[in-house]
Design a protein around this ligand. Sequence first.
Ligand code: ARG
Length: 483
Amino acid sequence: MSQNQFDKKSQAWSALFSEPMSDLVKRYTSSVFFDKRMWQADITGSLAHADMLAAQGIINAADHEAIKSGMATIWSEIESGTFEWKLDLEDVHLNIEARLTQLAGDAGKRLHTGRSRNDQVATDVRLWLRSELDLIGALLVDLQKSLVDIAEHNVDAILPGFTHLQVAQPVSFGHHMLAYVEMFSRDAERFAEVRRRTNRLPLGSAALAGTSYPLDRERVARTLGMVDAAGNPQVCQNSLDAVSDRDFAIEFTAAASLCMVHISRMSEEFILWMSQNFGFIKIADRFTTGSSIMPQKKNPDVPELARGKTGRVVGHLMGLITLMKGQPLAYNKDNQEDKEPLFDTVDTLKDTLRIFSEMVGGQVNPATGQKEGGITINPAPMEAAALKGYATATDLADYLVKKGLPFRDAHETVAHAVKAAQSHACDLSELPLAVLQGFHASIDKDVYACLSLRGSLNARNTLGGTAPAQVKAQVARHRARLG
Ligand code: ARG
């Protein structure tokens, strides 16, 4: 092809160029095959912009109508899969605009008045992320409810509580589940905060400096629902910042990383608990796989993959934050690289939240209206494991403190008692009273009440403690909060 023969019209940016882009550069620089998923946000943003251009008298009513009907056609074409996405047109924005111009003629070309792809893409990413944040918020509520259900049914099941993965003190299984509910409720708070800062309008910043047209940015913000709780429009206040920063995407990915870390910790516990050596819980077969060589195996693939996918999301956080580092103001093409990590973070998080709600809480059986198929708890091995580790040693120390011993001395005395129990291969509660009295004369037969797992649990009746009464109160609080 000679230098002047290429079709300059197929490129959005003027007649300035004297040679076409090579196929490799086209493929390298285009984003349409991943950013097309923002098409709804792109059309919604464009319609809000067109509405404002018309209200301000920048385009006339006929052009506004032509844009609206062209966009309605495009919407249904994309929805039905007949829209032809073109790599040559680089990204979602240029693809939609080119089709609009085919359908609406000059009106389509007027849509970009007072706008640049720089403020357009920043707006689209925010709109897209905002709707995803709403879905994520709902999924987090579902997961918390599943955990609260399991907690409520297992308030009285006794689990060895660990520190350093050594048996420490007995805890209620419900209490343990509610620890994760606390984590996920903080995740939900973080996502709500991120949503507040994401829900601000870059449009009207144009390429970087603002625009010479009399735009009404607050009107666009209102049209797009970019308003605060009191209904005030939320508009990015500096054009350079508005087109260039992606901190909302970075903080989203940071919040998503933390949420995945919480899921990963829970996964790790499920994996341990369902191993033969623990046998504390079972998860439904549909969340496990067999082995191609060992016929007896049921592998916890879903929690293992969730643990693995946490690394992937944390990796996206590193990718995004590094992408921003060193970018001068304002927009740079580097920012096109924000999308794949962001999209993959959203996909991974949503799938993981969904699968965990179902794995923990089960699915509603339409015949009964009841949830079925969640995790099954085996209280007997859990309780046996708690008995193995002298989990009530602290209770014996507390008993001695109540009899007047300083805590440090009581701690020392109990260490001797544990040693004796170990040498008899029995639990503290199985030592005869005479043996226990050998460690301290103040020990009486009422000691056995506090040496039992249940006695130990009931004793921890302070706010946030593991006593069943406390756990039940927390279940009630979460139910009221989650609705
Ligand atoms: N596809 C681009 C992105 O994702 C859109 C903005 C391009 N702007 C520009 N001036 N090249 O960031």
